[in-house]
Ligand binder design. Structure first.
Ligand code: F6P
Length: 324
């Protein structure tokens, strides 16, 4: 193997740069040329790429975003788009492909592998943590820390004004960020898509908790069945006479910022492992982390199965509500 291509794809996530750095340095150390394609599958179709040197990855381990750029490419879903990408990879004599991204990106990488018979490895990179087979995705830990820091601040003002705050967090259709940050920020309650929400029960619960605390925070997953924070606010206000409610949408600040130490380590280990896997003749697999161990799972298993947060964590939040 002489040349390995790499892309970042889908939503950017803190730690992607640490992963790019690890891939580039591992390749160079083994005499392989790493070729970075810009803007995910879009750059692959345009042929926008660069043979990377160690100078390209100096001082990037601590940087958020992705130096390669990223995109959610519609054109790559078409046969014509993929033909252009295959033509570029072939003319560049690429013999291995690493894709850092989420499920959609892995499906794209897998179709490349089928259509041009190139070995492919996926690395889970998304703040949502919604990838089957891995405990953690690159970026999730950093996004959680950003949310917790923001909620700590909101709690100060919520407590001072005796207000109820609904804080919307990202996660698309999954409640990982909401559930974990609700515990970490000592929230009064949490709404996640994996559990049916009942706004009347939420109102009763908040009024009960409101008798003994003045900083009531509800973390709302953006994909909750009751809606986002704004919709939940509109449904809750008529049920909470005597309370002042506010809602905050944290939005894209969750995707930015310097990666946590955890994400830097995870990303670096996964990057090294991805290159080594390709060199060991492995293809069509995703690198997964379980506890402290990295292992490989077929892309087909990863994309066909749904990843669900640990719902026992809801019991942890409920257990703490009963203290008067
Ligand atoms: O997949 C990561 C994510 O941040 C989701 O949590 C969110 O729903 C989505 O991306 C937002 O995507 P965009 O930045 O393309 O609007």
């Amino acid at each position: 193997m002489k040349k390995i291509a790499l892309i970042t794809s889908g939503g950017d996530a803190p730690g992607m740069n640490a992963c790019i750095r690890a891939i580039v340095k591992t390749c160079l150390g083994k005499g392989i040329i790493p070729v970075g394609y810009m803007d995910g599958f879009d750059g692959l179709m345009r042929g926008a790429c660069k043979e990377m040197t160690s100078d390209d990855v100096v001082n990037i381990i601590q940087r958020g975003g992705t130096i390669l750029g990223t995109a959610r490419s519609e054109a790559f879903r078409t046969a014509h788009g993929r033909q252009k990408a295959i033509a570029n990879l072939t003319s560049n004599e690429i013999d291995g492909f690493i894709c850092i991204g989420g499920d959609g990106s892995f499906k794209g990488a897998s179709s490349l592998s089928e259509e041009m018979n190139i070995p492919v490895i996926g690395i889970p990179g998304t703040i949502d943590n919604d990838i089957y087979g891995t405990d953690r995705t690159i970026g999730f830990d950093s996004a959680m820390n950003t949310v917790v820091e923001a909620v700590d601040k909101i709690k100060d003002t919520a407590g001072s004004h005796h207000r109820v705050f609904l804080v919307e967090v990202m996660g698309r259709d999954a409640g990982f960020i909401a559930l974990e940050t609700a515990i970490a920020s000592g929230a009064a309650s949490v709404l996640i898509p994996e559990e049916r929400s009942n706004i009347q029960l939420l109102a009763d619960d908040l009024k009960r908790q409101g008798k003994r605390r003045s900083n009531l925070i509800v973390i709302v997953a953006e994909g909750d069945d009751a809606g986002g924070a704004k919709e939940v606010y509109e449904k809750l206000v008529p049920l909470m006479d005597g309370y002042t409610l506010k809602y905050v949408i944290l939005g894209h600040i969750q995707r930015g910022g310097s990666p946590s130490a955890f994400d830097r380590i995870l990303a670096t280990r996964m990057g090294v492992y991805a290159v080594e896997s390709l060199l060991n003749g492995i293809t069509n697999q995703v690198i997964c982390a379980n506890g402290d161990q990295l292992h490989l799972l077929p892309i087909s298993d990863v994309v066909q199965n749904e990843s669900v947060p640990n719902l026992q964590h809801l019991d942890v939040i409920k257990a703490l509500k009963t203290v008067s």
